[in-house]
Design a protein around this ligand. Structure first.
Ligand SMILES: [Zn+2]
Ligand SMILES: [Zn+2]
Ligand SMILES: [Zn+2]
Length: 181
Protein backbone atom coordinates (compact mmCIF):
# COMPACT_ATOMS: atom_id res chain seq x y z
CA UNK A 1 0.00 0.00 0.00
CA UNK A 2 1.19 3.53 -0.69
CA UNK A 3 2.11 5.80 2.14
CA UNK A 4 -0.02 8.82 2.71
CA UNK A 5 2.08 11.14 4.87
CA UNK A 6 -0.29 14.07 5.09
CA UNK A 7 -2.47 15.90 7.55
CA UNK A 8 -4.87 13.66 9.54
CA UNK A 9 -7.86 15.44 7.97
CA UNK A 10 -6.61 14.64 4.48
CA UNK A 11 -5.85 11.08 5.48
CA UNK A 12 -9.40 10.66 6.81
CA UNK A 13 -10.82 12.02 3.59
CA UNK A 14 -8.62 9.67 1.60
CA UNK A 15 -10.00 6.77 3.65
CA UNK A 16 -13.57 7.82 2.82
CA UNK A 17 -12.71 8.14 -0.88
CA UNK A 18 -11.06 4.74 -0.85
CA UNK A 19 -14.09 3.19 0.87
CA UNK A 20 -16.36 4.67 -1.80
CA UNK A 21 -14.15 3.21 -4.51
CA UNK A 22 -13.92 -0.25 -2.96
CA UNK A 23 -17.67 -0.30 -2.40
CA UNK A 24 -18.19 0.59 -6.07
CA UNK A 25 -15.84 -2.23 -7.14
CA UNK A 26 -17.71 -4.64 -4.88
CA UNK A 27 -21.09 -3.63 -6.28
CA UNK A 28 -19.85 -4.31 -9.79
CA UNK A 29 -18.58 -7.69 -8.70
CA UNK A 30 -15.03 -6.76 -9.68
CA UNK A 31 -11.95 -8.19 -8.08
CA UNK A 32 -9.69 -5.94 -6.05
CA UNK A 33 -6.28 -5.85 -7.73
CA UNK A 34 -2.96 -4.33 -6.70
CA UNK A 35 -2.69 -2.40 -9.96
CA UNK A 36 -6.13 -0.89 -9.58
CA UNK A 37 -5.35 0.06 -5.98
CA UNK A 38 -2.13 1.74 -7.06
CA UNK A 39 -3.88 3.75 -9.78
CA UNK A 40 -6.70 4.74 -7.41
CA UNK A 41 -4.31 5.80 -4.64
CA UNK A 42 -2.06 7.71 -7.04
CA UNK A 43 -5.02 9.62 -8.42
CA UNK A 44 -6.48 10.39 -5.01
CA UNK A 45 -3.25 11.74 -3.55
CA UNK A 46 -2.48 13.97 -6.54
CA UNK A 47 -4.45 17.22 -6.40
CA UNK A 48 -4.18 18.27 -10.02
CA UNK A 49 -5.91 18.18 -13.37
CA UNK A 50 -4.56 15.03 -14.99
CA UNK A 51 -5.03 13.32 -18.33
CA UNK A 52 -4.94 9.54 -18.56
CA UNK A 53 -1.35 9.87 -19.85
CA UNK A 54 -0.34 12.02 -16.87
CA UNK A 55 -1.72 9.45 -14.45
CA UNK A 56 -0.17 6.60 -16.44
CA UNK A 57 3.25 8.29 -16.21
CA UNK A 58 2.90 8.56 -12.45
CA UNK A 59 1.79 4.98 -11.78
CA UNK A 60 4.43 3.59 -14.14
CA UNK A 61 7.10 4.95 -11.82
CA UNK A 62 5.81 2.54 -9.17
CA UNK A 63 4.82 -0.33 -11.45
CA UNK A 64 6.15 -0.23 -15.04
CA UNK A 65 3.92 -3.16 -16.03
CA UNK A 66 0.68 -1.16 -15.72
CA UNK A 67 -0.86 -0.62 -19.14
CA UNK A 68 -2.76 2.34 -20.54
CA UNK A 69 -6.03 0.39 -20.69
CA UNK A 70 -5.92 -0.44 -16.98
CA UNK A 71 -5.41 3.23 -16.16
CA UNK A 72 -8.26 4.18 -18.49
CA UNK A 73 -10.65 1.63 -16.98
CA UNK A 74 -9.77 2.59 -13.43
CA UNK A 75 -10.33 6.27 -14.16
CA UNK A 76 -13.74 5.35 -15.58
CA UNK A 77 -14.52 3.49 -12.35
CA UNK A 78 -13.37 6.48 -10.28
CA UNK A 79 -15.62 8.74 -12.36
CA UNK A 80 -18.64 6.41 -12.04
CA UNK A 81 -18.07 6.22 -8.29
CA UNK A 82 -18.21 10.03 -8.11
CA UNK A 83 -14.57 10.40 -7.07
CA UNK A 84 -13.28 11.86 -10.32
CA UNK A 85 -14.76 14.40 -12.68
CA UNK A 86 -13.94 15.01 -16.34
CA UNK A 87 -12.97 18.54 -17.33
CA UNK A 88 -11.97 20.00 -20.70
CA UNK A 89 -9.88 23.08 -21.20
CA UNK A 90 -10.10 23.50 -24.97
CA UNK A 91 -6.93 21.61 -25.97
CA UNK A 92 -8.86 18.53 -27.13
CA UNK A 93 -7.80 16.53 -24.09
CA UNK A 94 -9.86 15.17 -21.24
CA UNK A 95 -8.58 15.99 -17.79
CA UNK A 96 -9.68 14.40 -14.54
CA UNK A 97 -9.88 16.13 -11.20
CA UNK A 98 -11.08 15.14 -7.74
CA UNK A 99 -14.83 15.33 -7.27
CA UNK A 100 -15.81 13.66 -4.01
CA UNK A 101 -16.59 16.20 -1.25
CA UNK A 102 -14.88 18.86 -3.33
CA UNK A 103 -16.52 22.25 -3.49
CA UNK A 104 -17.91 23.24 -6.86
CA UNK A 105 -15.51 25.48 -8.76
CA UNK A 106 -14.93 26.85 -12.23
CA UNK A 107 -11.74 27.41 -14.21
CA UNK A 108 -9.62 30.13 -15.82
CA UNK A 109 -7.12 28.83 -18.37
CA UNK A 110 -4.04 30.77 -19.52
CA UNK A 111 -3.68 30.28 -23.29
CA UNK A 112 -0.02 31.26 -23.14
CA UNK A 113 1.51 29.13 -20.36
CA UNK A 114 -1.36 26.71 -19.72
CA UNK A 115 -1.87 27.63 -16.06
CA UNK A 116 -5.29 26.56 -14.76
CA UNK A 117 -6.78 28.65 -11.96
CA UNK A 118 -9.72 27.31 -9.98
CA UNK A 119 -12.21 29.86 -8.69
CA UNK A 120 -15.60 30.09 -7.07
CA UNK A 121 -17.85 33.14 -7.13
CA UNK A 122 -21.17 33.01 -5.23
CA UNK A 123 -22.33 36.07 -7.20
CA UNK A 124 -21.74 34.37 -10.57
CA UNK A 125 -23.40 31.17 -9.38
CA UNK A 126 -26.44 33.15 -8.22
CA UNK A 127 -26.64 35.08 -11.51
CA UNK A 128 -26.45 31.84 -13.50
CA UNK A 129 -29.37 30.39 -11.53
CA UNK A 130 -31.40 33.56 -11.96
CA UNK A 131 -30.68 33.67 -15.70
CA UNK A 132 -31.63 30.01 -16.14
CA UNK A 133 -34.87 30.58 -14.17
CA UNK A 134 -35.82 33.42 -16.54
CA UNK A 135 -35.83 30.85 -19.35
CA UNK A 136 -37.66 28.27 -17.24
CA UNK A 137 -34.48 26.24 -17.51
CA UNK A 138 -33.51 23.86 -14.71
CA UNK A 139 -29.73 23.47 -14.70
CA UNK A 140 -28.30 20.19 -13.46
CA UNK A 141 -24.63 21.12 -13.75
CA UNK A 142 -22.41 23.64 -15.44
CA UNK A 143 -18.82 24.36 -16.26
CA UNK A 144 -17.71 27.94 -16.62
CA UNK A 145 -14.34 28.45 -18.29
CA UNK A 146 -12.51 31.68 -18.99
CA UNK A 147 -9.61 31.67 -21.45
CA UNK A 148 -7.02 34.42 -21.46
CA UNK A 149 -3.69 35.40 -20.00
CA UNK A 150 -2.61 34.85 -16.41
CA UNK A 151 -0.99 37.64 -14.44
CA UNK A 152 2.57 36.70 -15.44
CA UNK A 153 1.78 36.21 -19.12
CA UNK A 154 -0.24 39.42 -19.39
CA UNK A 155 2.73 41.37 -18.00
CA UNK A 156 5.18 39.84 -20.48
CA UNK A 157 2.69 40.14 -23.37
CA UNK A 158 2.14 43.88 -22.93
CA UNK A 159 4.28 44.76 -25.98
CA UNK A 160 2.78 42.09 -28.25
CA UNK A 161 -1.01 42.21 -27.93
CA UNK A 162 -2.81 39.09 -29.12
CA UNK A 163 -5.67 39.37 -31.57
CA UNK A 164 -8.66 37.33 -30.44
CA UNK A 165 -9.77 34.86 -33.10
CA UNK A 166 -12.81 32.64 -33.49
CA UNK A 167 -10.68 29.52 -33.41
CA UNK A 168 -10.30 27.31 -30.36
CA UNK A 169 -7.29 28.56 -28.44
CA UNK A 170 -4.11 26.54 -28.89
CA UNK A 171 -2.79 25.70 -25.52
CA UNK A 172 -0.75 23.37 -23.45
CA UNK A 173 -2.26 22.91 -20.01
CA UNK A 174 0.11 22.65 -17.07
CA UNK A 175 -0.88 20.51 -14.13
CA UNK A 176 -1.03 23.24 -11.55
CA UNK A 177 -4.19 23.39 -9.51
CA UNK A 178 -4.56 26.67 -7.68
CA UNK A 179 -7.37 26.70 -5.19
CA UNK A 180 -8.95 30.12 -4.92
CA UNK A 181 -12.12 31.18 -3.21
ZN1 LIG B 1 -19.78 27.44 -11.15
ZN1 LIG C 1 0.20 32.26 -18.25
ZN1 LIG D 1 -10.56 22.10 -11.14
Amino acid sequence: MLEFPQMPQKAAKFQRERDVFLEHIRRLGLRRTEQRDLIMETFLRTEAHMTIEDLHDRVRRRDPSIGHTTVYRTLKLLTEAGLAREVRFGDNKTYYEHHFEHEHHDHMICTSCGLVIEFFSPEIEELQDQTAAKFGFVPTHHSLRLWGLCENCSISAKDTPTVPSGAQPRLRVVKTATHGT
